[in-house]
Design a binder for this molecule. Structure first.
Ligand SMILES: [Zn+2]
Length: 588
């Protein structure tokens, strides 16, 4: 975009109530009052900056002083309308409360109000940032607004309503202005771009709207800034490059790589951001925003203007992997880092370290959850209902088969050497189990294949089990045991934890999906992973989370240790490597 043009915020300043964006309630109330001739002598407009308070004050002045008024639709043609539009009307006096705070300024107003308007119906004072006035100035003002001459109207505007004395507030007709929705801001930006003959990508406008956090003025200012370097086409990549921001997509990409354990790719993606000139501050800020969005999303929020991202940008592969608790932990980590950044020797190292540590996030399990699982395990041991693992029965293969098949081999070896594999699942008491066995024989040929998962998920959703509905596809395979129980085998600790909580509901959901009575159990089985690498990450994570986390170490003593942890009331962390079967090569 070559050449100068009028600042968009000025150019798009509404000249009619119909053009005022996002303040429908204010507009309709004012319009009705004017139509019915109910004119107050003092108005108080409060609300965030840049949402149309001053514009509304000028519109109201126009509506009251238009030669064809008072009318909710000022003509815009008469001398009054024209003069007010450019802030030159002698009878509409705009005062900035921030720079006229003294009692003397107010005294001057007190004297002035004695003189009637020169050429208009009303003499109108628009006092912006009225909360900045001193107490004595307020007191002086109070006397004037208590008994104003017929021709005087005050319109006060403030961003901090609570700082306006109650004595003033109670004498004003109050209007609260709201933040403008992202959607409305985008609409205005689209129109602004159109006016200038500039093409603007939706995601770029979305970014501007999001950054301006509900302020139309901020949105226009940022738009001007972006338009100035964008030429005839505003794109998000152009914005990223010129304004050196990381952006939601870039952070999402890094987090995804981190969670996949691809630390090399993570680090080079971070390096790329630094090369592009994105500051450490900005990366941390964008990362915090990213996790905030995920947190809101995991809490069920779907409105893009609250999420701060388009729904299509939400990375399902990340949200389905992390619990709310884990997302919270990540958000807190970035907020902490943001706060500590200025004391850091090398902000870049801190960022690299933090992202590397995040790779252990999916395994972070709450203390409460561990205690619960250990309690169940203990109960199982006591009642003798722990599931004895035998060589797996023919399993129903799933799509992502390779690593599981490998794990199967491993399980077979393990089973030979150490036949007792403990399932955390509390089994039904023996008597009940027998009863159930009889029922089971009726549908001995029944199988469950992955293609019923959508129906199971649907049934779960109907029961309100949203998380389990989402995790149901995490089931790695399904086996059938000698008693006719379907064993749902899951290797992701998170998915297992979630599903385990809803075991009975899943049974019901499965039964309803198959239209057959079924009995199911969930079983956790580990997959392989490089334990040494993980341990390093674990150490880092533990250090990072303030030592508030301990890792159930490995090998034979694992179960014992876990129980010890519980007894010690220490939080424990379980990861894919922390499955209950030990590595065979570690057995002597
Ligand atoms: Zn007019």
């Amino acid at each position: 975009m070559a050449g100068a043009y009028e600042v968009t915020a000025t150019r798009k300043r509404p000249q009619d109530f119909d053009k005022l964006v996002g303040q429908d309630f204010v507009v309709s109330t004012l319009e009705n009052a004017i139509k019915e001739g109910r004119i107050a002598h003092a108005y108080l407009f409060s609300g965030p900056r840049g949402v149309g308070k001053t514009s509304s004050a000028r519109l109201l002045a126009k509506a009251l002083n238009c030669e064809k008024g008072p009318t909710p639709h000022p003509c815009g043609e008469c001398d009054s309308c024209k003069a007010i539009a450019i802030g030159q009307d002698v009878d509409v006096i705009e005062i900035d409360g921030a720079s006229n705070t003294s009692v003397n300024d107010i005294r001057a107003i007190k004297e002035e109000v004695m003189y009637p308007p020169q050429s208009s119906r009303y003499k109108i004072y628009i006092i912006d940032e009225v909360h900045m006035l001193s107490t004595s100035a307020f007191n002086a003002l109070l006397k004037t607004i208590e008994e104003p001459p017929e021709y005087i109207i005050f319109i006060f505007a403030t961003t901090e309503l609570q700082k306006v004395p109650a004595t003033i507030r109670s004498r004003c007709q109050q209007f609260r202005f709201h933040l403008i929705s992202q959607e409305e801001i985008m609409k205005c930006l689209r129109s602004a771009a159109e006016d200038l003959g500039i093409e603007a990508d939706e995601d770029a406008l979305f970014w501007i709207a999001r950054e301006s956090t509900g302020s139309m003025r901020d949105a226009y200012t940022l738009f001007d800034q972006v338009a100035a370097f964008s030429g005839k086409h505003i794109t998000l990549s152009g914005i990223r490059e010129k304004l050196s921001i990381a952006g939601f997509g870039a952070i999402s990409n890094i987090v995804e790589k981190t969670l996949q354990g691809k630390s090399e790719e993570t680090l080079s993606a971070i390096a790329k951001l630094f090369e592009d000139g994105v500051s450490a501050d900005q990366i941390v800020k964008d990362s915090a925003e990213f996790f905030r969005t995920l947190l809101l999303y995991s809490a069920g929020i779907r409105r893009p203007e609250i999420l701060g991202a388009a729904l299509s940008d939400i990375p399902e592969n990340i949200t389905s992997l992390l619990t709310r608790e884990q997302i919270e932990a990540a958000l807190k980590a970035f907020l902490d880092l943001y706060r500590d950044l200025r004391y850091s020797l090398s902000p870049r190292y801190e960022i690299e370290l933090l992202f590397t540590r995040l790779s252990a996030l999916p395994g972070l399990v709450s203390k409460e959850e561990i205690v619960r699982r250990m309690e169940e395990l203990k109960k199982g041991v006591v009642s003798g209902s722990v599931v004895v693992k035998t060589a797996p029965l023919p399993s129903i293969p799933m799509e992502k088969k390779t690593p599981i098949a490998k794990a199967d081999e491993k399980q077979r070896e393990i089973a030979d050497q150490q036949p007792i594999n403990v399932s955390i699942a509390p089994s039904a008491p023996p008597a009940e189990a027998e009863e159930e066995n009889e029922e089971e024989e009726a549908n001995g040929d029944l199988t469950i294949t992955p293609d019923v998962f959508p129906s199971i998920a649907e049934a779960l959703r109907k029961m309100g089990k949203i998380s389990s509905a989402r995790y149901i596809t995490s089931i790695d395979r399904i086996e059938k045991d000698d008693n006719g129980f379907f064993i749902f085998i899951i290797s992701k600790p998170l998915a297992f934890n979630t599903l385990k909580n809803d075991e009975k509901s899943i049974e019901k959901a499965t039964a309803s999906a198959l239209e057959e009575e079924v009995h199911i159990k969930l079983r956790f089985e580990e997959k392989e992973k490089d334990e040494e690498v993980f341990s390093e990450q674990m150490k880092a994570l533990r250090a990072f989370f303030g030592g508030n986390l301990s890792h159930t170490k490995k090998k034979e003593t694992k179960k014992e240790e876990e129980i010890n942890h519980v007894t010690d009331n220490e939080p424990v962390r379980i990861d894919e490597n922390d499955g209950l079967a030990p590595e065979p090569d570690e057995e002597d």
